[in-house]
Structure formats: C-alpha cells, structure tokens
Design a protein around this ligand. Structure first.
Ligand code: FAD
Length: 313
C-alpha cells in the first residue's frame, strides 16, 4: 500500500482533517519536525486519527519559527521514502515549507486543496474560493496543502510506530536564528479556526474601543472573535483575527458578521459556515446574499439587545 505523508506540527483540527483525507490515498505516516518534545505531546492524537507510523525529527535547529531547516529535513525524508503524496497545512508556514520543498525537489505543488481522490486528483479552491477546480500534479511527489475546514475529521485508531528521523541541517538552512520571542498570553476564547461560534466585526464597528461590543457578544455565545480586513487594517482588531482570503478560513456552526459588507475576499474565509447571521444597517449589503438570517439595523443596538435575550435563557 502506498505511503502518504502528513506533516503535523500540532494536535489540532486541521491536522486531524489532513490525516482523515490522507487515509483515502494509502497508509498514513505523520511527519513531526520540531524542537525536542514536540512529538511526545501529539503522538497519541496522530495515532488516533490514523497515523500508522510517525517520523520524528527533533532538534533545536527545527525551531517553531523557522521554515528553512524544516523544509530541508522534509525534502530529504521525501527523497528517501518517495511517498505517494505529502499533505501539509494550508497555513502561512505550511505553504512556505511546501513551496521550498517543491522547488528543491522540482515537484508539483497544489495549494488550498479541499478534497483528494484516491488517484491523487485534488479539488482546489482558487481565486478567493470563487472557483473550484480539479487538478493533478504531473511531476514528482505531489505536495498538497490542505485548506482548513475542508472536511469533518474522523478518528481511525492505529498503533503509531515511531521512527526516528536523522536531522541534518545544512549551514545554508541555518542562515537565520531566532534570538528572542514574544509569547502572547492565551485568552479564554476558543481558537478562531476551531470555534463552533465566530462573531466578526467589520469597518462598521468604527473603532478599537467599540470592538468590545463584538467581544461581549462572542463571549455570551462562548465563541471566538473575528474581524474583516478593513477592521484589522484600521487597527480596530489584531491582524491574526482576520477572516478571509488573506486571513483565516473558518467554518463554524454559527458565524455572525456585524458591520461587514460581505466582499468576495471576506466571504472566501467564511462562506462555508453552517449558519450565517448578518447585522448591517444597509439592506443592500452583499453579505445578505449569503446570510441565513439577516438583521437590517445598527449593530450597536442589535448585538446588545440580542445579548440581553440570550442572557434570559
Ligand atoms: P466595508 O466594506 O466598508 O463595510 C462596512 C459595512 O458596515 C457596510 O456594509 C456598512 O453598511 C456597515 N455598517 C456601518 N456602520 C454600521 C453599524 N453601526 N451597524 C451595522 N452595520 C454598519 N477582506 C477581508 O475581510 N478579509 C480578507 O482576507 C481580505 N483579503 C483581501 C485580499 C485582497 C487581495 C484584497 C484586494 C482585498 C481583501 N480584503 C479582505 C478586503 C475586502 O475587499 C474588503 O475591502 C473588506 O472585506 C471590507 O471590510 P468591511 O466589510 O468591514 O468594510
């Protein structure tokens, strides 16, 4: 049976999605590259979702913030084992590692893949999610980055055999070192890409201070807070919470868009949400075209009022 690599850096939903997707192609081997101790923390989960083997490459050189050394080790591993395909997360880091490996091995690369057939045909979401195409890699080992929230992950217990990977990092890949790092305190809210409820605010929120209205509503629902690019560019909310083509892709059970017009680039990151609620004072706003429920009104009235109702229940 063909071997399929899944590059897994964390135990999260996207990793489980990749493992589930990879199972349709062959026998799944997870590849964990990171600082010492990375694999121990996630190995059980990788096995639970179907990794029959786990290649573990751990070294201080494989720092969480550096991609070049990881790309080098992964390229060597691919060269040794020639898997049928290599799946990576469609995150900034995953795409950069995939691109570097593709160039170094002269292999084909498909990004933002939402489905994979047994013969390697990929369904790709392109042009900000506006077009879906079927594509296939025609040269080398296919490198595939998987878009978050593409499928529902399913556990498949497997006894994960661990194989140590020799980590040889060339001087060329060590051109940059991380000298300091800032660790942001994790808040109580769920991760944006994993939350079942996301409440996002747009330019209509008006200021950073007024984003508290969005935060309060999200907290009432136990949800994460998101933002449009107009809101993050204006400094209303940090960039890492941006939803859309150049931000995160979310697919929660409930997505509330407050003061967001619904530009194609924003939709690209949220249009697969199960239920979409839009609050906008302009009844012609494009967000209403994809909303399951629309409230035409001032978000500063609608969200607090809805919040009061929720508190009563
Ligand atoms: P606007 O379009 O200005 O809409 C604000 C809305 O708020 C309006 O509909 C208005 O009626 C409403 N409003 C105002 N006041 C209130 C109130 N008190 N109550 C209720 N409603 C109110 N955008 C993203 O979001 N994510 C991306 O990842 C992204 N990537 C991009 C990539 C590229 C290459 C480009 C070119 C653009 C990208 N954009 C992205 C930007 C996108 O085109 C839009 O400009 C952006 O989404 C608009 O944000 P917005 O809806 O908050 O602002």
């Amino acid at each position: 049976m063909a071997e399929v690599f899944v590059v897994a850096g964390a135990a999260n939903k996207l990793t489980y999605e990749m493992l589930t997707m990879a199972r349709g192609l062959g026998e799944v081997s997870a590849v964990v590259l990171g600082a010492p101790g990375t694999a121990d923390a996630i190995a059980d989960k990788l096995s639970e979702y179907g990794a029959a083997k786990i290649y573990v490459g751990e070294d201080d050189a494989l720092d969480a913030y550096l991609v070049a050394p990881k790309a080098e080790v992964l390229a060597a591993l691919i060269g040794q084992h020639r898997p049928a395909a290599v799946l990576l997360p469609s995150t900034q880091e995953g795409k950069e590692i995939a691109a570097r490996v593709a160039v170094s091995l002269d292999n084909g690369l498909l990004t933002d893949v939402v489905g994979l057939e047994a013969d390697g045909t990929a369904t790709q979401s392109i042009f900000a999610g506006g077009i879906v195409v079927k594509s296939q890699v025609t040269r080398g080992v296919p490198l595939v980055t998987v878009k978050p929230n593409s499928l529902t992950p399913e556990p498949a217990p497997a006894a994960g055999e661990r194989v140590a990977v020799e980590v040889a990092v060339s001087d060329a890949a060590k051109l940059v070192t991380v000298s300091d790092r800032v660790t942001e305190a994790k808040g109580d809210r769920p991760e944006l890409t994993e939350a079942s409820v996301v409440v996002s605010g747009g330019r209509g929120v008006g200021s950073a201070e007024q984003f508290s209205v969005v935060e309060e509503f999200a907290d009432l629902l136990g949800g994460a807070v998101g933002a449009s690019r107009a809101a993050t560019d204006a400094g209303f909310y940090p960039h890492k919470f941006q939803v859309g083509q150049t931000g995160s892709t979310v697919s929660p059970q409930l997505y509330v868009a407050a003061g967001i017009s619904g530009a194609i680039q924003h939709r690209a990151g949220m249009q697969t949400s199960k239920t979409i609620v839009a609050v906008n004072k302009d009844d012609g706003a494009p967000i209403f075209e994809i909303a399951d429920f629309g409230v035409v009104g001032d978000l500063f009235k609608v969200l607090p009022q809805a919040g009061e109702e929720i508190k009563k229940r």
